[in-house]
Ligand binder design. Sequence first.
Ligand code: FAD
Ligand code: NAP
Length: 339
Amino acid sequence: MEKHKNLQSYNTFGINVVAENFATFDTVESLQELLKSPVYTSAKKDSILILGGGSNILFTKNVEGLVLYNQIKGMQVIHEDEHHAFVKVGAGEHWHDFVLFCLTHSLAGAENLALIPGSVGASPMQNIGAYGAEIKDIFYSLEAVDRDTYSIVTFSNNDCAFGYRESVFKNKYKNQFIITNVVYKMNKKPTFNVEYGAIKQELSKMGVQELSINAIAQAVINIRTQKLPNPAEIGNAGSFFKNPEISSEQFSTLKKEFSNIVGYDLRNGNVKLAAGWLIEACGWKGYRKADAGCHALQALVLVNYGHATGLEIQHLSEEIIASVLAKFSVKLEREVNIF
Ligand code: FAD
Ligand code: NAP
């Protein structure tokens, strides 16, 4: 157990805050021991944070209770059938290392999700997604420790109630479970998904003649590296807001006034708006106040140029939400977890 631990290098926003207590666990047993310790049982539940890679968190204050830092490792194929391989992965593994494992073992399904920062344990939290893929498509099950009873509970894909950047762990079971491992059901035969964004363009730029999961992953890596700010250089947590879903009627009304507005039809009949477009249309792209800003290449990403506080970034996000609401009557929701 460490005292007064600085968390600046443990969150990709690079916010300078301190944890009163900081403990690392690398097995389920060591986690269960920590949950029984006085420093855990005496802290208020909302002053305890389960931390992975810190790439989806905005710290607005010090952690007065305890940070539990997940370092459970391990990656192995635990079962195979004709079409699938089931890979069990420790929650403390880096997500991208798992993607690389799949590429090395010719297992398909994670290639569009290459280079997403963070841990495997956080991947089900918001059903991470990119380039037309989401983990719900390859997720089989997970194990998690109940924070009150210390027991291990298994969740199937259905139990997780995955939605767009959503799961049961952000809603019904918020702050209730600590995910310790995830089993992914990977495909032995790939179904290529290159319809999204700039993947096709990038593949042709790369001179790819024959599609493969390696080529797709490399295309995604290339696009992401060019487009997104690297947290090692400029603090950020990826998309700060979710893309809002509105009715097709509301979309038609907006389209009459804003002919360039970007929306994608959803299977349920609604329309998903590109939040980045809305924010840019309100004039925020490239905006900077002190060290808090809206990224110049991708308006959906809020950034810390060095010494911004979490409250300054949160305040900027509130101004953005208010201006988008005033102009488009659409309320943006944050994707990033505020602590
Ligand atoms: P953390 O930030 O450490 O935690 C996030 C939340 O999950 C917290 O509430 C935390 O308490 C909880 N949590 C973490 N681990 C556990 C656990 N084991 N058990 C229970 N609760 C836990 N996201 C996407 O979906 N798609 C993208 O394409 C994408 N691109 C990104 C690009 C950049 C440059 C950055 C910085 C972020 C991006 N993100 C993206 C967001 C982020 O990478 C993901 O949400 C990632 O899954 C967060 O993982 P983490 O380990 O860093 O989580
Ligand atoms: P982009 O390709 O410029 O597209 C802008 C937005 O339009 C995206 O948010 C995406 O929605 C949507 N979109 C694009 N093509 C689409 C299609 N064919 N069908 C439906 N929706 C479509 O976006 P980008 O910023 O460069 O990001 C590329 C991908 O990486 C996106 O999937 C994005 O979600 C993901 N990403 C996520 C984060 C994060 O922190 N969550 C950070 C960086 C990138 P979706 O977001 O719903 O896919």
